[in-house]
Design a protein around this ligand. Structure first.
Ligand SMILES: [Zn+2]
Ligand SMILES: [Zn+2]
Length: 136
């Protein structure tokens, strides 16, 4: 993703959040129900568009999970003020890695979805995880 696209994605995500807050504001009277429905629909469409843009920018063979992990420790990230940190190894990323599509190379199948090693390890117990031939 270019910096410009990444910035647009970040801003659209924030906008979708604001639209959701407006749509769920109980103070809004019934006569604005149509506007609320339109706003909710708009927020959903923005999110779908942003997801599609993110997926298109994924390198081929990437993990298919829509949230980030520490490549070594899995679902151990905490994020504040737009920076993510692994609570196990202390590695930091100067962006919100936790809420971004995973870009690690896929080396396992979670059922039929290609996932990286960290996401395979973070999968719930008894999930069907199989190595992808020739990648692990
Ligand atoms: Zn870590
Ligand atoms: Zn992953």
């Amino acid at each position: 993703m270019t910096d410009r696209t990444a910035e647009t994605v970040t801003r659209l995500r924030a906008t979708a959040g604001v639209l959701d807050a407006v749509a769920h504001d109980r103070a809004m009277a019934a006569d604005v129900a149509q506007i609320r429905a339109a706003v909710t629909d708009l927020a959903n469409q923005i999110r779908a568009l942003v997801d599609a843009v993110e997926r298109r920018s994924m390198p081929p063979g990437s993990c298919t999970i829509g949230w980030g992990v520490c490549p070594d420790h899995g679902a151990t990230l905490v994020t504040s003020r737009g920076r993510s940190r692994c609570t196990v190894c202390g590695t930091t990323w100067d962006y919100d890695r936790e809420n971004q599509h995973c870009r690690e190379p896929a080396t396992f199948l979670f059922h039929t979805a290609p996932v990286c090693r960290a996401h395979a390890e973070a999968a719930p117990d008894h999930s069907r995880i199989t190595p992808i031939e020739g990648t692990a």
